[in-house]
Design a protein around this ligand. Structure first.
Ligand code: GTP
Ligand code: MG
Length: 440
């Protein structure tokens, strides 16, 4: 029995020229040797006939790669079998591996093992999942940067500093017991304040990393018949929403996915805003307003051949960050508006102004996703743990007793450790004993 050795099809499912079966675990070398006769040289692709271990029947001619641990992806012995992609081949080899005592891997189990063997921290493991799910260029770049350890290094650095702060605080307690004067606790408090400021600045980033991961939300808002649905269709390049001369056509929210300069976005067409006695239309307006509130980017639309009503004008003023779009400019030149911001003249009929609108949206999207800046926090899981660390640092600094301050620093350290998955008490002790040789 090859205990604890897992395998999985690592290439996409379905028929393809090549299917990759991946193995990891202590029994990998034995399993590969049983199938392929001999183990190839490490990290060199070698051609092997794979045999059924019971009947000796040839199952496939495969490229075999052998990655001895600990220098492999998972940190343990691992291998890849590049098979011909037919389902019958993959099934036969998988079946042979099962008979040899390997078992099919659980989802994410290879990366889980990589984490457990210290090959990566949790933020890097999450980035691998993001990289596989990435649909746009900017998402890929963000995931790759995180997988490369950008967040791991940032959070690792903070952990290091906090470890020292805690060590200083522990030393201050020692000194106090010996009745020696000390400013060590003050130094710890100052360092904690600086650290809390840095973590807070990282948290206060407008959720740009999470937005890029999850996609931006854009909403089109305006009066009935303003041409909102036509605008959505023109931007999306397809007939997504119903267009009609009847005011109050759109009731439900109609969504289209777009990519703006590598940033994924969902653009939503909404019901025209007006006071209505129709219960369904009222619900539509309620949904429109809620979506507008949640949106990262708001487009407020008005028809160029009408003077915007008071409600629309009020909206322009309430949402100063919104992109104001004049529609139907093939019918009339847009009137001058008493509103903040520039008006983009468009026509869904002639296509006028659509490029300018796309450019404005792309600029806004890049701003929201903070492309090219410092590494961004990408998950709410990180956000809540980091917020907890800042709170604990605050409590520690205000603590009336040195022991309570130490307790707060320890809690902050645990919160940071939850983000990276590394909480190392030994390291705290090392740091204490290395830095504070106090003659004891
Ligand atoms: N000439 C011209 N007509 C347009 C343009 N865009 C929309 N329309 C017309 O304006 C009318 C209303 O368009 P819609 O896109 O349905 O307007 P809406 O804002 O979605 O309306 P509601 O869903 O009722 O709120 C339709 O008859 C469209 O054909 C345009 O750029 N030029
Ligand atoms: Mg509509």
């Amino acid at each position: 029995m090859l205990t604890d050795t897992i395998f999985a099809r690592a290439s996409g499912a379905g028929q393809a020229a090549v299917a990759v079966l991946r193995l990891s675990g202590p029994g990998t070398a034995a399993a590969v040797a049983r199938l392929g006769g001999t183990l190839p040289a490490a990290r060199r692709a070698s051609l092997r006939r794979l045999h059924d271990p019971d009947t000796a029947e040839v199952l496939d001619q495969a490229l075999v790669l052998w990655f001895p641990g600990p220098g492999s992806y998972t940190g343990e012995d691992a291998a890849e079998l590049h098979l011909h992609g037919g389902n019958a081949v993959v099934t036969a080899v998988s079946d042979a591996l099962s008979r040899l005592g390997c078992r099919p891997a659980e989802p994410g189990e290879f990366t889980r093992r990589a984490f457990l063997h210290g090959r990566m921290d949790l933020t890097q493991a999450e980035a691998i999942a993001d990289l596989i799910a990435a649909e746009t260029t900017a998402q890929r770049r963000q995931a790759l940067r995180q997988a490369d350890g950008a967040l791991a290094r940032l959070y690792g650095g903070w952990t290091e500093r906090l470890t020292r702060i805690l060590a200083q605080q522990e030393a201050a307690i020692e000194f106090e017991m010996d009745d020696l004067p000390t400013d060590v606790a003050d130094r710890a408090r100052e360092a904690a304040a600086a650290l809390a400021r840095e973590i807070s600045a990282h948290l206060d980033d407008g959720r740009r990393g999470e937005r890029l991961r999850e996609g931006l939300s854009i909403a089109i808002l305006g009066a009935p018949n303003a041409g909102k649905s036509s605008l959505l269709n023109a931007l999306a390049g397809r007939d997504a929403a119903i267009v009609s001369p009847i005011a109050g056509t759109t009731r439900d929210i109609v969504e289209c996915r777009m990519v703006l300069g590598g940033v994924p976005a969902v653009i939503a067409d909404t019901a025209g805003l007006r006071a209505s006695t129709d219960a369904i239309e009222q619900e539509g307006v309620r949904r429109a307003l809620r979506r507008a509130e949640e949106a990262d980017i708001l487009i407020t639309a008005f028809a160029a051949d009408t003077t915007p009503d008071a409600e629309t004008l009020a909206q322009f003023r309430q949402a100063p960050g919104a992109i104001i779009v004049a529609t139907k400019c093939d019918l009339a030149a847009p009137p001058a508006l008493d509103a903040p911001g520039r008006v983009i003249p468009t026509s869904a009929r002639t296509g006028e102004g659509l490029d300018a609108l796309r450019q404005a949206l792309t600029r806004e999207a890049a701003r929201h996703a903070g492309l090219g800046d410092a590494p961004a926090l990408t998950r709410s899981r990180h956000r809540s743990a980091l917020a907890e660390a800042v709170e604990q640092l605050g409590l520690a600094r205000a603590a009336p007793l040195p022991e309570l301050a130490a307790e707060g620093y320890r809690a902050a350290l645990l919160a940071l450790g939850r983000v990276t998955g590394r909480v190392d008490v030994e390291r705290i002790l090392d740091s204490i004993f290395r830095d504070f040789c106090i003659g004891k």
